[in-house]
Write a protein that binds this ligand. Sequence first.
Ligand code: F0G
Length: 469
Amino acid sequence: MFSGMTGKSFHSTTSGADVDGIKVGIAVLVGTGVMGEYFLGFWVAVGSGADDLLSKSSVAGVWVGPLTGIMADSAVASPVQAVIKTQAMKVRSNKRFIKAKYSRGKLIGDEILCYTRRMAYQGLLHKYGTLLDLPLYTRRVSLLEGNTPLIKADNLARQLGGGFELFIKYEGLNPTGSFKDRGMTAAVSEALGRGVTTVICASTGNTAASAAAYAARAGMKSIVLIPQGKVAAGKLAGAMAYGAQVIQIDGSFDDALTMVIEITNKHPICLVNSINPYRIEGQKTSAFEICDVLDSSPDWLCLPVGNAGNITSYWAGFKQYNQMKSTGLPQVLGVQAAGAAPLVLGHPIENPETVATAIRIGKPARGELALQAAEESKGRIIAASDDQILDMQKTLAKLEGIWVEPASAAGLAGLAIEIANGTLNPKGKRVVAICTGHGLKDPEIITKDMQKPSIVPPRLEALEEIIMR
Ligand code: F0G
């Protein structure tokens, strides 16, 4: 029995036994790689060196061989890769056959058959926490948000003229159906660590659902203020399901935001709108993920702009990664709805109006930073009409099978406008569009204008008649 063996960058406990003359062992390995990846596995050691392997207390060194191999194989630790070049490694699903003759110049045995399984994804703060400016007292609250797919959209790219690469960052696949979960895991984790018991936000719906879910998980109370009658059904239902106290304001999102700022100045309640700096920290992670997948930033980033927290976060995230990893910077195209476009018009809008209710905002809290991001990146903020937004929502669903809520199609609608106007030439470029929320958030916008599905009697001929004609 061996226990507590420690390798270079992981800890392991092992037990060994002699079965029919072959030494076998079981080890539980928990380790941190360069990017904080964890691994769990067990190993069987066979071959002439196995006796040595299992019986010597210096065996700790042995473990560095196979385990660093695994980590490098997972494309995590590039400095370590040099070490495993001395090893022959075959990988078949979770089995890794490693000829671990040498590790850091030491003979370590003949052959190790190593079964590994990468432990499941553990959420954004686990993966990127060290890159975020969060206090030490932060207590992680996660729903395994983030890690959303970057989907290549060739059909849509062709429809927009072709000759460029288009990717959709599908943020609607976050746990509560929108990108807000990235910022919320950070904000609620910080709040929990500080001993907060109640969180509050103003919301057009998605922030409300996300705040309510993370608060529920943290055992906190959540209060959400929403503009009366202007929140899509899926968002309201979410906030209620997660147990928030939902309060409708007979006014706009901007009125609700003013109220939550005032109340949190007066009472010990934590504000989790994107004025909260930890929301911005969490939302930077999407920029990190994009760079990690593409190995660089895209040439253009297109996204909707409402209260302007997200555009601020992306720009901060791309700048940070560029400083750390020279991943470059995108030009940013922010898109507002034409009826709620204060950053395009250059003044607040008293009564913003748009079908894209998520971005029905007339006084964006981070408007200045949004304009700064557009300017610094040599991009711009433009407006798209409701018709252009809804057209793009349908086109994206029909051409790519990606159904997003109206606001989420605004970035792509803006891209289409710019390409049609000749003001953005995408040829040879890599464009990423952020689709911020899932289509299921707002099903009515689709079903209300839809022809009712036909009804047929339960007979084959009736079905044939309708589908074969
Ligand atoms: N897309 C969706 C689906 C949103 O819900 C929002 C904002 C945005 C885009 C714009 O992001 O505000 O950071 O510029 N929704 C907020 C909310 C206002 O309350 O859910 P932003």
